[in-house]
Design a protein. Structure first.
Length: 139
C-alpha cells in the first residue's frame, strides 16, 4: 500500500482535496532554494469519503493500493509510448508510409488514445480509489 502525507485544502460534500508535496531526491540539498528543478511540486488528490471529521488544514495520509498505482503508470506512461512506437514502426515498415505520414499517424493514434482515456474518466475514477486517514489514525 502506498501512503503519502498531505494537508487537507478543500472539502466539498463527500469529497476532500488533499495537497501532497511531491519531493525529489534533491529535497535535502542545501541549494534547493536556488535550484530551478521541476522535480518538487505540489499535487492535489481528490478523495471520495463519507467521513465528516476532516477540516481544512488537517494533516492526513492518502493511501492507495500498489496494483492501482501500477495500473495508473501503465495507462499514463507505458501504453502511450507503446502506441507511439508500434504505430510508427507499422506506418514505416508495414504500410510503407513516408516519415512525416508515419509520425502524423502515430500522433493521431496517440491523440485518439487520450480522447478514449478521457471518455473513460468516470469509470477509471471508480476503479482507482484512494483512502484518507487522519495522521493520528494511520497506524
Amino acid at each position: 500500500m502506498q501512503r503519502r502525507e498531505g494537508t487537507v485544502c478543500d472539502i466539498n460534500q463527500n469529497q476532500v482535496t488533499v495537497r501532497i508535496q511531491q519531493l525529489s531526491a534533491c529535497a535535502g540539498c542545501h541549494a534547493k532554494d536556488f535550484c530551478c528543478s521541476t522535480d518538487c511540486a505540489e499535487r492535489y488528490v481528490r478523495v471520495q469519503t463519507s467521513a465528516t471529521d476532516f477540516k481544512v488544514g488537517d494533516v492526513v495520509f492518502v493511501e492507495g493500493e500498489d496494483r492501482l498505482g501500477r495500473l495508473a503508470v501503465f495507462l499514463s506512461f507505458i501504453l502511450p509510448i507503446l502506441i507511439l512506437v508500434i504505430s510508427l514502426v507499422l506506418g514505416l515498415q508495414v504500410m510503407k508510409l513516408g516519415e512525416l505520414s508515419a509520425i502524423l499517424l502515430s500522433f493521431a493514434l496517440l491523440g485518439l488514445y487520450y480522447v478514449g482515456l478521457k471518455l473513460l474518466d468516470r469509470r477509471l475514477r471508480r476503479i482507482i480509489k484512494f483512502n484518507i486517514r487522519k495522521l493520528d489514525q494511520a497506524s
